[in-house]
Design a protein around this ligand. Structure first.
Ligand code: ADP
Ligand code: ZN
Ligand code: ZN
Length: 839
């Protein structure tokens, strides 16, 4: 596929080519050939967005991938309907990156395009309704009912309505029968309206009439005219104070918004008079949703350790594309990034800093904004479509030369990246599970950097074993910082043994005494506490004490979690909810009990135990809206929360000086990660959450509660000997053929019928076994959760030899196998999900 994209294709403008291959956001493994109408031929460029008709009805936004002169063989090419961009929205490097991603992660280029473009850059087509101009109520043989009349009335005032408008007018969701009847009575017409989703933000502003702003004499004359009219004079003076047009006439262009111009006491009618008299004018200005900010501070001076690390990184970059910065939590990696970013920006290249979703909070963004100001763009998943488009366009126009963002920011239209930093590179959330492309943002970013001939810096206190392995092999440069910045020392660990106790109320147990004492002590000293439990809701199980019945999801093979606040049982896999039953549905007993501790229950219990402490809880339930994290973190930073209970989202990147105690509520849960990465993940999770404690002068205390204190994994983690731990784990991974010694591909087979799913999974297994590549195929086995949303799942795991062309031969073979299987009638509705490098 690569050869389709020979570089000169991208760089030459089209001259006289009649056809274009267009990437469309559909899951079909190819591009689609369209005819370029004569009048577009001189404008067309690779990477432009175009509108085309797809199939009989659909109107889609596509991207020009290639232009040529070969008509398609099997069908007559439809014409391109319109070109949306003067300048391409997507550059040739991006298209190369998409092609690579589709091939590597075994998906279709249209799926990559769909993930890459903010939906605001795609067109939407929406059904609208219009009044039929030929309709005459008087002479119509069909009587209208009241609801139909309401719609017609609304159409008299507006020339078109959307389905949503109609729903609002009628106050019901099922408007289709009503509209259908109106169409039948020839009262309305339904049509498809295609429009851009992105809408610029427009403000009404006031400015001096340009002729006056440019001419001092004219301005003088205006002052003479308003003399004796204090209200008008005050407005004029106010304007000139904010916008000194004498020295800076260009400032007049953007003017002021009315609220800023009119202070208390100023009268709106005086402003109107000034406008009427031709002094001011009112106009519409397209403004940025993302505010401009000037840098507020210089970067911190680096300590000698940091400086040495920076020099080492740069030396490695002379010979290596990628460098791993392995610095303990609190070692000041961010400050090193800042210096490096400044240097690269000064050299005229762009920089991308990737952060895991949850770490991308105010704290780090504001630290960076203070230094980089408005040349820095932020790309967040909580941004609206419109905001995303503005970041995209800001990168295209050069407004943003540096972007801090989550995994999808690798798709932004960079054209000259010099440096990509992947902070917390070990973070599992860099991997996208669903939908395709199931990419790992770290690995994809390294590839992206390679296309740009840019450098990659991977930062972590607990490097992924893949990355560290690459460093030991000399593939990546390696730089280590083993001490925290300043006076801070590493925290102290304690294991609290829960196994002796049989009582249910964990807070009354002897074994939780240690945690309680540490909390008490911290509270007395006005310090803060973080309690980590990776389970949201009140309690993960509801059970009947008499017959053992347990609440389970009707669509998935998992237990339902009790959410006390909402008084509901909820499935964390599919979102299914139900009311809490009063009595056992199996035996009628009223002895239903909640088992296990979720964050909600821990918060409740701790607030009973420490009534004076101010509690906060950070989990998916408390952070659903855009400012959820931010608000909680601001409160915690301001000292308005003493104890913060949370799921893994509190473990990442937070830097709060007053946190001295970290409690890991259920250490055993961390050990039970269901695959070969269990040890690595436990190491990372415990070290990271512990890393929030004692980041300044007071030593941190970390309490891990467990029923298995003798498990040697704890001991290894606590000892913090990453290298020894790595060595032991690598020994096992090599012996049992796991990454980084092999490539993994996981294939999930899904179907609503257990038997069909099982049969399809076995058919796939047998076919794969015959592929002529060096490999081990495991499975198919029932998924860890055998059924999700009524789909039964079977998983096969393929271990591929890393050498030579094994992977491409395998993927090619797999495509053929899946194509064949899908054409078997009984497997037609089976879904196969291929995950390359699964987490
Ligand atoms: P890491 O990212 O390695 O966990 P941070 O960059 O968050 O560490 O640094 C830990 C703390 O030390 C932060 O509060 C940071 O502001 C401070 N710090 C780090 N380096 C410097 C420096 N050179 N000058 C002043 N403060 C620093
Ligand atoms: Zn029962
Ligand atoms: Zn469910």
């Amino acid at each position: 596929m690569e050869s389709l994209f020979a570089d000169q294709d991208f760089l030459e403008k089209n001259s006289g080519n009649n056809f274009a291959d267009i990437i469309l956001p559909v899951p079909i493994p190819r591009m689609f050939t369209y005819r370029i109408p004569k009048n577009f031929q001189s404008e067309i460029q690779i990477g432009q967005r175009v509108i085309v008709q797809f199939g009989k009805k659909k109107i889609l936004t596509g991207i020009i991938g290639k232009v040529h002169n070969k008509p398609p063989q099997a069908y007559e090419a439809k014409p391109i309907l319109d070109i949306l961009d003067v300048q391409p929205s997507v550059n040739p490097l991006q298209i190369r990156f998409w092609v690579w991603m589709a091939e590597y992660y075994f998906c279709h280029i249209g799926e990559v395009m769909f993930a890459a473009l903010p939906s605001g850059l795609r067109l939407s087509s929406e059904s609208k309704i219009q009044a039929n101009p030929n309709f005459d109520l008087e002479s119509s043989p069909y009587p209208l009912d009241t609801r139909e009349e309401l719609i017609l009335e609304a159409l008299e005032n507006q020339n078109e309505l959307s389905y949503e408008d109609c729903e609002k007018i009628l106050g019901v969701k099922t408007i289709h029968p009503i509209l259908k009847s109106l169409v039948a009575k020839e009262a309305i017409l339904i049509f498809e309206k295609v429009q851009e989703k992105y809408t610029p933000k427009v403000e009404t502003r006031i400015r001096l009439v340009p002729a006056i702003a440019k001419d001092k004499n004219a301005l003088q004359a205006v002052f003479e005219a308003v003399q004796g009219k204090p209200k008008q004079e005050s407005i004029l003076l106010k304007y000139l104070r904010d916008i000194p047009v004498f020295n800076k006439p260009h400032l007049n262009e953007k003017g002021l918004d009315k609220a800023t111009l009119l202070e208390e006491g100023d009268s709106e009618s005086s402003l109107k008079t000034l406008i009427k008299n031709g002094v001011f004018e009112s106009f519409k200005l397209v403004v940025n949703r993302i505010e401009e900010e000037e840098p507020e501070r210089e970067a911190s001076a680096l300590s000698s350790t940091q400086q040495a690390a920076l020099e080492e990184i740069k030396t490695h970059f002379e010979t290596k594309q990628s460098v791993l910065l392995h610095g303990v939590t609190g070692s000041g990696k961010t400050e090193i990034y800042i210096k490096l970013i400044q240097e690269v920006l000064e050299s005229g290249s762009q920089v991308l800093l990737l952060l895991p979703e949850i770490a991308l909070t105010t704290q780090i963004v504001s630290r960076l904004k203070q230094v980089f100001g408005s040349q820095m763009g932020v790309y967040h998943s909580k941004y609206s479509d419109n905001e995303r488009v503005e970041v995209w366009n800001g990168v295209l126009s050069g407004r943003f030369t540096f972007v801090v963002g989550v995994r999808s920011s690798i798709f932004l239209p960079f054209d000259s990246l010099g440096l990509v930093i992947i902070d917390e590179e070990h973070e599992p959330s860099y991997k996208q599970f669903d939908p395709a492309p199931r990419f790992h943002a770290r690995d994809a970013a390294i590839m992206l950097a390679y296309f740009h001939q840019a450098r990659t810096l991977l930062g972590s206190a607990t490097p992924s074993f893949e990355t560290y392995f690459n460093a030991t092999q000399g593939k990546y440069g390696y730089v280590q910082i083993s001490h925290r910045f300043g006076e801070a020392s590493m925290p102290e660990y304690h294991l609290a043994n829960l196994s002796a106790d049989r009582k249910k109320n964990l807070l009354k147990l002897d074994s939780t005494r240690l945690l309680r004492e540490k909390i008490q002590n911290a509270l007395e000293n006005q310090q803060q506490i973080i309690i980590f439990q990776n389970r949201r809701g009140y309690s993960p199980y509801v059970q009947c004490e008499d017959c053992g019945w347990a609440a389970e999801c009707v669509q998935c093979d998992v237990s339902l979690t009790y959410h006390q606040f909402a008084e509901e049982l909820r499935c964390h896999y599919c979102g299914y909810k139900e009311k809490v039953p009063q009595t056992c549905p199996a035996c009628g007993s009223s002895q239903l009990s909640t088992q296990g501790m979720g964050t909600e229950r821990i918060e409740e219990s701790l607030s009973l135990l420490f009534p004076e402490a101010r509690m906060g809880r950070m989990d998916l339930d408390t952070t659903r809206n855009k400012y959820g994290y931010q608000r909680l973190l601001d409160e915690f930073a301001a000292g308005q929360i003493d104890i913060l209970v949370g799921t893994q989202m509190i473990t990442k990147g937070l830097d709060f000086g007053k946190v001295t105690v970290v409690g890991i509520w259920d250490g055993d849960r961390i050990l039970n990660f269901p695959d070969f990465r269990a040890g690595e993940r436990a190491y990372q999770q415990i070290t990271q959450v512990a890393g929030r404690a004692g980041r300044r002068d007071i030593k941190g205390q970390v309490i891990i509660q467990t029923r298995n204190p003798e498990n040697d994994l704890f001991e290894k983690v606590i000892r913090g000997d990453y290298f020894e731990f790595f060595r032991q784990e690598m020994f096992d991974r090599k012996k049992f053929f796991y990454p980084p010694f092999v490539k993994l591909v996981k294939i999930t087979t899904r179907h609503t019928d257990f038997k069909v799913a099982e049969k399809a999974a076995h058919a796939l297994h047998h076919q794969m076994a015959n592929l002529p590549v060096k490999k081990i195929v495991l499975g198919p086995e029932k998924g860890i959760i055998a059924r999700i949303k009524n789909q039964y799942q079977f998983e096969s795991l393929i271990k591929l030899d890393k050498a030579g062309n094994t992977q491409s031969v395998f993927k090619e073979g797999l495509s053929k196998i899946l194509e064949e299987l899908q054409s078997v009638p009984e497997f037609r509705s089976v879904r196969w999900i291929v995950d390359v490098d699964p987490n």
